[in-house]
Write a protein that binds this ligand. Structure first.
Ligand code: CMP
Length: 376
């Protein structure tokens, strides 16, 4: 029988269980630091801490045992180091004679487990790596303002306020709190020039942090777009109708498609409503509620094209019959794409005509595209 440790499984229940263990462990560690805690509560916290430690030890051992061929690699990986950091420091500190109340503070390292549970953090790491140059230039600006303002304030205010600005470290401390807009108010320049510099530092601080935020936000958005593109690409290649398009059209389409993960019995299209999208079925199934016999469409098929082709209202309700993944193409993107790729327009129109029993819907953009090609 293959044993799967809870740290390796990423099902929702197990992730919640891991979070629960972590929350209990950290709560117990916090409780142990409270001097007026009752003896019973202290004993319960201690038991909870030992139980968490035992669980983390089991997790580490099972993971190491499972990775028989690549044990060293696992222990050197960030996940392995975090698992070791959860298990080794507390017992080591206790063995070295560190008092229990201090040794258990090392259980604070358990918070690193969160990094392995939240995929967004891995993404943050990637964004920081990709935007390293831009972020480094912001850090350089930050350090430049910090050092220059620290030196200036030390020279200007030092003789007047030796307790606040008498040394460079003191002035630099003022510069950090001012630049980060924290402004404790423990050191305030008195000279006119000192205040002028302080004002400039505050404004620069806002700019520096704005830049930093902007770089990270754009990096995140770009990374999201990249991931969506890869995910959509994989889905597009599962739709035979799209697979047959020429590569530039597939790339363009992949950028435009929006993925929808729908539960069973979701109404995707309502009869009589104006058409805003057409849909490709990446996986699952939908039922087109037409009389007398509803039609079922499975993975690879598309629907919702008629209202886009004719500009008329939706002709039928379309409902998912099971969990389904759709790729939605907005009406404006549909028209742009079909104008550029008439073969796509023709294929969609042909299928729509087959569905309506041969009556070809009026395909404004397919004709327009053909006309455009003819006039070239
Ligand atoms: P639309 O009219 O935009 O919205 C309802 C959709 O149901 C329609 O586009 C078609 O994609 C689909 N549909 C309508 N009639 C049929 C049919 N006979 N066979 C398969 N699909 C259909």
């Amino acid at each position: 029988m293959r044993i799967v440790p809870f740290g390796l499984l990423k099902s929702r229940t197990l992730t919640l269980l891991e979070l629960l263990v972590l929350a209990v462990g950290l709560a117990a560690m916090t409780a142990m630091t409270m001097p007026d805690l009752s003896e019973r509560a202290r004993a319960a916290s201690s038991i909870a801490l030992w139980c968490c430690l035992a669980l983390y030890l089991c997790e580490l051992l099972i993971k190491a045992w499972q990775q028989a061929g690549a044990r060293a690699k696992y222990l050197r990986s960030s996940a392995g180091i975090i698992d070791l950091a959860a298990v080794v420091p507390v017992p080591l500190a206790l063995l070295l004679g560190v008092p229990a109340n201090i040794a258990w503070l090392l259980a604070g390292l358990w918070i690193l487990k969160l990094a392995t549970l939240v995929p967004g953090l891995a993404m943050l790491g990637r964004v920081i790596a990709l935007e390293a140059r831009a972020l480094a230039s912001v850090i350089v600006i930050f350090l430049t303002i910090l050092v220059l303002s620290g030196v200036a304030l030390h020279a200007l205010e030092g003789p007047l306020q030796p307790r606040q600005f008498g040394s460079l470290p003191l002035s630099l401390w003022w510069a950090v709190t001012t630049l980060s807009s924290t402004g404790y108010g423990d050191a305030v320049p008195m000279t006119f020039l000192g205040r002028l510099i302080a004002g400039l530092v505050m404004i620069s601080g806002l700019g520096v942090f704005g830049l930093w935020t902007g770089i990270l936000a754009t990096g995140f958005a770009a990374e999201h777009r990249r991931r969506d593109f890869i995910r959509n690409w994989e889905l597009v290649t599962q739709v035979p109708f799209l697979k047959n398009l020429d590569p530039p059209a597939v790339i363009e389409l992949t950028r435009l498609l929006r993925r929808l993960d729908l539960a069973e019995k979701t109404i995707v299209v309502r009869r009589g409503r104006p058409g805003d999208c057409m849909y490709f079925i990446a996986s699952g199934e939908v039922e087109v509620k037409i009389e007398p016999h509803p039609v079922r469409l499975g993975a690879g098929a598309f629907f919702g094209e008629m209202a886009l082709l004719t500009g008329a209202a939706r002709t039928a309700n379309v409902v998912t019959t099971q969990p389904t993944t759709l790729l939605a193409l907005e009406v404006a993107d549909f028209h742009t794409l079909t104008a550029q790729h008439p073969e796509l327009a023709r294929a969609v129109a042909a299928e729509a005509a087959r569905r309506t029993g041969g009556a070809t819907p009026h395909v404004a953009h397919a004709h327009a595209a053909d006309d455009k090609r003819a006039s070239r």
